[in-house]
Design a binder for this molecule. Structure first.
Ligand SMILES: CC(C)(COP(=O)(O)OP(=O)(O)OC[C@H]1O[C@@H](n2cnc3c(N)ncnc32)[C@H](O)[C@@H]1OP(=O)(O)O)[C@@H](O)C(=O)NCCC(=O)NCCS
Length: 162
């Protein structure tokens, strides 16, 4: 398995444009807390802001040279982080979500060295919820965001499945 993580802060201009198109794709933004279309200026300034943020990081993930999606970590502390992901919406191959989760779990526990990895998912997003469960995440609570029910999930280092 050849997974490569490109930090957003090192992306080329075409890579930034490609990711903006993914993020604004209906199949992706419908599952994000910010569902609005993001402008090029906002996107570029967000990426610039990551250069001075130690509590968050975003990566373009490549698998055998193919750009397969984005993973991110927010609210990073010594103890925990909150993960996020979206697959390249123009790829229609099975297994991309699992590859992104491999990258997330490995980076969280081996590089960030957190003890607890958190995920938040809209209750309606059955695909993502099933994916998180497949990787050992368990439901810890629920909350409302944007008038929609969100499931709060966690994976602790000792329950990591690989
Ligand atoms: C969530 C997302 C990354 C999953 O990617 P994917 O490529 O469809 O996932 P995979 O093909 O690797 O499937 C992984 C697992 O998801 C689950 N899954 C996939 N399709 C499913 C479906 N139609 N219904 C229920 N579960 C499903 C299964 O557990 C599957 O594992 P299996 O193949 O061993 O059964 C992708 O759909 C995506 O980018 N969605 C938009 C953004 C998003 O929702 N991000 C999460 C926000 S919390």
């Amino acid at each position: 398995m050849r997974l490569y993580l490109c930090n957003f802060t090192t992306l080329s201009e075409p890579q930034k444009q490609m990711i903006l198109a993914w993020r604004n794709h209906e199949a992706v933004r419908a599952h994000m807390y910010n569902e609005k279309t993001i402008s090029e200026a906002e996107h570029f300034s967000f990426i610039e802001s990551l250069k001075t943020r130690e509590d968050r990081c975003y990566f373009l993930v490549q698998h055998e040279g193919v750009d397969i999606g984005v993973i991110d970590f927010n609210n990073i502390s010594n103890e925990r982080a909150v993960m996020g992901l979206y697959a390249n919406p123009t790829l229609h191959q099975k297994g991309v979500g699992s590859l992104l989760m491999d990258a997330i779990v490995t980076y969280a526990f081996e590089t960030l060295k957190v003890r607890i990895l958190k995920a938040e998912v809209f209750e309606s997003n059955t695909k993502a919820k099933a994916l998180y469960e497949k990787f050992g995440f368990c439901e810890k609570g629920r909350k409302m965001v944007n008038e929609k029910e969100v499931i709060c999930m966690e994976l602790s280092h000792e329950h990591r499945s690989f």
